[in-house]
Ligand binder design. Sequence first.
Ligand code: SF4
Length: 101
Amino acid sequence: MTVRTISQIGERGVWQKRAACRGPESVLFFAPTRPESRPERESREERAKAICGDCPVQRECLEYSLRIREPHGIWGGLNETERRMLWDPTADLTETEFLET
Ligand code: SF4
C-alpha cells in the first residue's frame, strides 16, 4: 500500500501549506505498515480527527479528498469508510477492509 501525506500529493494548493497535520503527527493519519488492532486504530483515528477539528483548512481538505476519491487515511476529519459513504450513498461497503489482529 502506498501512503501519501498531504504534502506529497499533487494539486499543491495554498491550503495544504496551512494543514494542521504537517509534521511528526502526520503518522496518525494513516494506518501503520504493521497490523493494527481495532482499539489501536480507533485511538489513532480519534487523535487524528481531533487535529482535523482544529485545522483551518478542514473543508478544503475534505472536498479535495472526496474529489479525488482518496482511498486511504484520515482527510478532512473523516476516515476512508466515512468518506466512501459520501462518494455514493448506495455504495456496498461489504468489501471494506478493516485492519484487525
Ligand atoms: S483537515 Fe485534517 S487531514 Fe486535512 S489538512 Fe487539516 S489536519 Fe490534515
